[in-house]
Ligand binder design. Structure first.
Ligand code: ARE
Ligand code: CA
Length: 564
């Protein structure tokens, strides 16, 4: 181990200290400008940021190799500065930087409307059936799971519900022509599926949502198309001579065997066919070996143009942004081109499962925040890390993402993971996690039904979190609905929660105590995720939500307050 460490130290010895005014080391957001500095672990005792005045920087986080320091100062547009590093070998001056932050914010423009949003994710098939006449027939069921008949009319009929809840942006999983209930196998990217109401209902949908101040974000599936998409069908038919041969990643001909086609065209019911076809071999790349989803060839200029065209098309039709499916399976460079091609006001979220850094800054405005979700799972669900460790995870992410953090898509659940209330089996605990989600940096989202206590964890993974929305009010958890509604309200009106600085006060054992600060607004949040009563050392001015027992916070409870 010592040898490895010595080698690492050697590799980085020229880089013991590091800062460059790139967006994750220097940025402005809200009321502040944030400056970061990196040191090789153990190589600095103190770091000062010097700009007119000398500011001591705070050690925020550490990973295996480095320690990260930060200081925040009132928002600046121009800066000239250097660093003074105190180490055991003496005092060093690092850098001499002149920076115009206006240039940076022009380059990393974020659509301003995003900050005060609370997203609500809906799987249209599973939400509300507003028109039974458009329900698809059973012959297009895949696997054992099929359509429930939900549609855009259904969502429209529930506008008053959405208003009461207070959400002001919707993320809909795919609504284009497809054969499955989830819609990730798109047949026509320019048509809203008839089963969801078609183009006419979509227009009405957009108009009404606009009137209500609800933004609409759609799911864009550009990693793959459906096997039955006309482009892929053309390849099947014309093989090597197909005009669309290079739209996909074909690895040989024939693309599928005769037996495959025979089975496909047989009279067997879809669920049987689908299962049997899985065991065949085929000559194209696909999503996770799913034959139904052949992978597009993103090196092909025509495919690039196609993606740009579709994303533009629906923005012109009135949507406000895209959630981009399997974004990590498409080259980042392409997303950059896509972004440059769209109006600046479009909000782009990539589905990226792991390290998001390659995909943000000049690509997406954020990703589905899986790293934060992992940290939440580890602290709130598995309880395998304590508050200090949780804080280090948060601060590391903050160091990695810089301003992007504030526009990440944050979630406790979505259609690909289990419902957290089900995992926790404890409403008090769930509310603690929810309070964290709504008071932390990033755009919070609610997955349909969580607000009323849906918590199914029985059945197949992924499918079990997609049971139909419960509309029978008798079955609702009214307390959860109320608290969710209040959190949404608070979030929408608090600049501190949207763009304020995050100031940890005490992260110890199960206690999370922190402030969110913007100008003269300061919100104090306490979450006691432990079995003990915990004393709170800050005195809040006015408790807004949850409560304190004198100076104490009860087990698995929270408070949100205006602080002095
Ligand atoms: C269906 C069944 C599954 C079955 C699968 C294969 O539901 O139980 O295993 O078929 O036969 C959509 C549908 C799914 C459907 C799938 C395939 O929603 O229901 O599955 O199509 O037909 C990976 C990807 C990530 C992806 C997840 C699901 O990296 O991009 O898997 N998420 C998006 C969407 C999905 C959607 C698709 C992609 C496809 O959000 O809803 O699925 O368009 C680890 C790995 C991840 C992996 C993850 C799986 O974390 O690191 O890479 O994510 O596990 O949970
Ligand atoms: Ca219907």
């Amino acid at each position: 181990k010592a040898e490895i460490e010595a080698n690492i130290a050697k590799i980085y010895s020229g880089e013991k200290f590091y800062h460059y005014p790139s967006v994750s080391y220097l940025y402005s957001l809200g009321h502040y400008t944030y400056i970061r500095f990196r040191t090789l672990k153990g190589s600095a005792k103190k770091v000062f940021f010097v700009e007119k005045k000398k500011h001591e920087m705070e050690k925020k986080a550490a990973d295996d190799l480095f320690e990260y320091f930060e200081v925040k100062i009132p928002r600046q547009t121009k800066l000239s500065y250097y660093f003074e590093v105190h180490s055991k070998d003496g005092i060093f001056h690092y850098g001499d930087f002149e920076v115009d932050l206006k240039e940076q914010s022009k380059k990393h423009y974020v659509p301003f409307w995003v900050f005060d949003r609370v997203l609500y994710q809906i799987m249209p098939d599973r939400f509300a059936n507003g028109n039974p006449e458009n329900d698809p027939k059973d012959e297009i069921r895949f696997g054992n799971i099929s359509h429930h008949g939900g549609d855009l009319e259904g969502i429209l009929q529930k506008i008053s519900y959405l208003k009461e809840l207070g959400v002001n942006a919707l993320y809909l999983t795919p609504i284009f022509e497809s054969m499955t209930y989830h819609g990730y196998d798109i047949l026509d990217y320019y048509k809203v599926a008839k089963k969801f109401g078609g183009d006419t209902v979509f227009e009405e949908f957009i108009t009404k949502m606009k009137r209500e101040g609800i933004k609409v974000i759609l799911d864009g599936v550009f990693h793959h198309t459906s096997f039955f998409h006309p482009y892929f069908q053309d390849v099947l038919k014309n093989e090597n001579k197909s005009r669309y041969r290079n739209f996909y990643r074909i690895t040989g001909f024939p693309v599928v065997s005769k037996e495959f086609l025979e089975l496909l065209n047989s009279d067997l019911p879809w669920n049987e066919k689908y299962k049997k076809l899985k065991s065949f071999k085929w000559n194209y790349e696909s999503f996770f070996s799913v034959w139904l989803m052949p992978r597009l060839n993103h090196d092909n200029e025509e495919v690039k143009e196609f993606i740009k065209d579709v994303t533009q098309f629906w923005l012109r039709k009135g949507i406000s942004g895209w959630r981009l499916d399997v974004a990590h399976g498409v080259p980042p460079k392409l997303w950059k081109e896509v972004r440059e091609n769209l109006p600046k006001s479009a909000y782009l979220i990539g589905e990226v499962m792991d390290d998001p850094r390659l995909w943000v800054f000049d690509k997406f405005h954020g990703t589905m925040n899986y790293p934060l979700y992992e940290a939440i799972l580890r602290f709130f669900v598995n309880e395998e890390i304590n508050a200090q460790e949780f804080l280090n995870c948060l601060e590391l992410l903050s160091i990695y993402l810089g301003p992007v953090e504030y526009t990440m898509y944050n979630f406790l659940e979505n259609h690909d993971v289990d419902r957290m209330l089900g995992l926790l089996q404890d409403k008090r605990k769930y509310m603690c996690a929810l309070v964290f989600l709504f008071t932390y940096k990033g755009i919070p989202s609610i997955y349909y039904g969580s607000e009323i206590g849906m918590n199914n964890t029985k059945g197949a993974f992924m499918e079990r979190s997609r049971t139909p929305m419960v509309w029978d009010m008798e079955k609702w958890d009214k307390e959860l609905f109320k608290i969710t509604r209040e959190l949404i309200k608070l979030r929408k009106t608090s600049k501190a929660l949207q763009i304020g600085a995050f100031e940890p006060i005490e992260f110890k054992d199960g206690l999370l105590l922190y402030k969110r600060v913007h100008e003269d607004e300061s919100i104090l949040v306490g979450i006691n995720y432990s079995k003990k009563m915990v004393p709170i050392k800050e005195t809040p001015k006015q408790v807004l939500l949850g409560h304190l027992d004198g100076k104490y916070l009860s087990p698995f409870s929270f408070f949100i307050a205006h602080s002095l």
